[in-house]
Design a protein around this ligand. Structure first.
Ligand code: ADE
Ligand code: ZN
Length: 341
C-alpha cells in the first residue's frame, strides 16, 4: 500500500456512521479503568488481552465484547472512552460521526443510564470545542433481550431525547428479527428519533430481516446489510428510498473471514449509498481510514471510488442538507488540491 494513498485517505473529509463506542475500548484504557475502579482483570498485558480477540463469527465476538465492558463504571469512564475515540477519529480525517451505544450493557449490571449518557455527552461537547468534530449518539437496543426491556430502555432515554439522534438494534441477530421490535421502533419514530438497525452479514434470515427493516419498520439506514445483493427487488427498493448501508470491511473479515469487498463495490456501482466504517475498531484493529485502506488494498480501488465512498458517508448521514453541501464542496476542493500538489 502506497503511503501516498494512506495520506490521501486520512486527509479526505469523511463521516463515520457505524461505530460502537463500547467497541473502541483499547486494552490500555481497559487496564487504566480497571485500576481506577479496583477491578481485577484476568489478563495482565496488552498482548494477553489481544490473545482473547479470537473470533470466528458474530456470536464468538460478542462473547468477548460484552464482558469487557465491566471496567466502565463512572461517568468519567464513559467520557474517557468516547473522548479517546473522538481524538483518534479527528486524526483520521473524520469530520462527523454518529456513534452507537448500548445502554442495556451497562444498566443491566447496575450502572445508571444517566451515568452512561452524561459521560458520553461531555466527551462530545469537549471534542466539538477542541477539534471542531461533530458527533451524535444512536441508542442501540440489544436484540437478544426482550422487546419489553427495549421499550423500558426507550422510555428511560426520553428525558435525554435532545442528546440522541436515533435508535438502532445490535447484538446477536440469530432468532431475533426486526419484527420482534416493531412496537419499540414505531414508538421511537413517534418520539422523533431516526431509525437504523443491524442486518449483519450472512445471517440465517438475512434477506427477510433486510426486507422487514425496510418495509415493515421503515428504517432510514441499514447497518451492514450487504446480503441485500441477493435480492434485486430489495436493492431497487433501497435505492428508491435512499437507504444507505454502513459497511465495515475489516469487521466483516473477522466475523465471516471475508471482507465482502465484491459485494460492497458491486452495490456501490449499482448506485446504493454505500459507506465505509469501522464497527468495533479496537477489537478489529482498524479505525475508519484503515478500513478505506484495507478495501483499497484488497480490491484495488481508484481515487474516484474512494472519493465517492467518502461523499456517501455524508449523504447517508443525518446532517442538514446545508452541511451536506458544505462537506461535498470540501471534498471536491480537497481532491482538486491533491491533483495540484
Ligand atoms: N455489537 C457491536 N458490534 C456489533 C455488530 N457488528 N453486530 C451486532 N452487534 C454488535
Ligand atoms: Zn456494528
Amino acid at each position: 500500500m502506497s503511503s501516498d494513498l494512506a495520506t490521501f485517505i486520512r486527509g479526505l473529509p469523511k463521516a463515520e456512521l457505524h461505530l460502537h463506542l463500547e467497541g473502541t475500548l483499547e486494552p490500555e484504557l481497559k487496564f487504566l479503568l480497571a485500576q481506577r475502579n479496583g477491578i481485577e482483570l484476568a489478563e495482565k498485558t496488552v498482548d494477553e488481552v489481544k490473545q482473547t480477540y479470537k473470533f470466528h463469527d458474530l456470536t464468538s465476538f460478542l462473547q468477548v465484547y460484552y464482558p469487557a465492558m465491566r471496567v466502565l463504571q463512572q461517568s468519567q469512564d464513559f467520557h474517557d472512552l468516547a473522548f479517546d475515540y473522538l481524538t483518534r477519529a479527528h486524526a483520521d480525517g473524520i469530520r462527523h460521526v454518529e456513534m452507537f451505544f448500548d445502554p442495556q450493557a451497562h444498566t443491566g449490571r447496575g450502572v445508571a443510564f444517566a451515568t452512561v449518557i452524561t459521560g458520553y455527552r461531555s466527551a462530545i461537547m469537549r471534542a466539538r470545542r477542541e477539534f471542531g468534530i461533530s458527533a451524535e449518539l444512536i441508542l442501540c437496543f440489544l436484540r437478544d433481550h426482550s422487546a419489553e426491556y427495549a421499550m423500558a430502555t426507550l422510555l428511560e432515554a426520553l428525558p435525554y431525547k435532545d442528546w440522541i439522534i436515533g435508535v438502532g438494534l445490535d447484538s446477536d441477530e440469530r432468532g431475533n428479527p426486526p419484527s420482534k421490535f416493531a412496537a419499540v421502533f414505531a414508538r421511537a419514530r413517534r418520539e422523533g428519533f431516526l431509525l437504523t438497525m443491524h442486518c449483519d452479514i450472512d445471517q440465517t434470515d438475512s434477506i427477510e430481516h433486510i426486507r422487514q427493516a425496510m418495509e415493515d419498520i421503515g428504517v432510514d439506514r441499514i447497518d451492514h446489510g450487504t446480503n441485500i445483493i441477493e435480492d434485486d427487488r430489495l436493492v431497487e427498493l433501497a435505492k428508491s428510498k435512499g437507504i444507505g448501508l454502513t459497511c465495515c470491511p475489516v469487521s466483516n473479515s473477522f466475523v465471516t473471514e471475508q471482507m465482502k469487498s465484491t459485494e460492497i463495490l458491486t452495490l456501490l456501482d449499482r448506485g446504493l449509498t454505500v459507506t465505509i466504517n469501522s464497527d468495533d475498531p479496537s477489537y478489529f484493529d482498524a479505525y475508519a481510514a484503515d478500513n478505506y485502506l484495507a478495501l483499497a488494498a484488497h480490491a484495488g480501488l481508484d481515487t474516484d471510488r474512494l472519493v465517492e465512498l467518502a461523499k456517501n458517508s455524508f449523504r447517508a448521514s443525518w446532517i442538514t442538507p446545508a452541511r451536506l453541501e458544505e462537506f461535498l464542496r470540501e471534498i471536491d476542493a480537497y481532491v482538486a488540491s491533491s491533483h495540484d500538489s
